[in-house]
Design a binder for this molecule. Sequence first.
Ligand SMILES: *Cc1c(COP(=O)(O)O)cnc(C)c1O
Ligand code: SF4
Length: 300
Amino acid sequence: MKEKVTPYLKNLSTDPQIKLQYYISEYESQYDNGSYDDPLMEDKHEAVKGLVHKYDNRALIKVSYQCAAHCRFCTRIRQIGNPEGTLNEQDIGNIIQYLKNNSQIEDVILSGGDPFYTPKLTMQLLQQLQMVESVKIIRIGTRMPLQSPNSFYTKTLEQLLEVIDEIGKRKPFYILLHVEHPSELTEEALDVITLLRNRRVTLLSQSVFLKGINDSFETLHELFTKLYFAGVVPYYLYHCDKVNGLQHFEVDSEKEIEIATRLHKELSGIACPTYIVDIKNGYGKIPVSLNFVNSETIFS
Ligand SMILES: *Cc1c(COP(=O)(O)O)cnc(C)c1O
Ligand code: SF4
């Protein structure tokens, strides 16, 4: 995966916790043998081009493999930047047909790549997706508000937000903000969050434990507090996926459990995300037991 940083992030990269997220480090090249794997087995579950159907009632659509900036810890390091991931009209047609044929899919997540990076394509997809009656919930996963907040004031992105707002009148629409560190929540990023809050969407967040970036109680406590003060509900906190090339970001599981347990004790319930491992071989997301008392004590 090539290095890609926005001018905005370049300015923020005096902060080591931002720099480590976007610039290639000596550790990465140690593992980069050009053969990135797919432990979550997304490719195996790709039912039609761009649509990953792993959970019965939910599907994930990769709109493209393009993002405003490339995160070195990306689960899809094998794909990001490849132009072949961009959906065309026929791909969208096939995806819509698949959803109609599989009406058990009620919850669709647009991801990629970043759907906000290709606003015209995302609009095209959303216009058709909203007509599929069996699809009750639509979500978009994004990092753009933290990578390129100024983009949200361009005409095409304003149009996309207009479309989302319109869909939000009829179907619950969720925006999943992927945030790793409190330094990412700058004034500019918080302004975009406010902009999104003025639309008919529910804002959730996702984060990944990353060694040297956010693997401390204080950092994550600050992150989740800032998020919920901004009206974003922390949803998931992941263990780093076991993808070749990301090993140097992986935090020790004992340490994570200790931090997650303390977060659960000290944060407001709505500020505390669920700690999850998306386990390899495609079994899916599993919540990790925290280090509280044993079940005998709980139910006695
Ligand atoms: C994470 C994920 C989902 C959504 O899972 P939730 O637990 O409902 O948020 C759906 N499909 C795929 C392939 C996923 O990785
Ligand atoms: S924005 Fe998301 S999809 Fe794109 S490189 Fe970063 S983590 Fe990966």
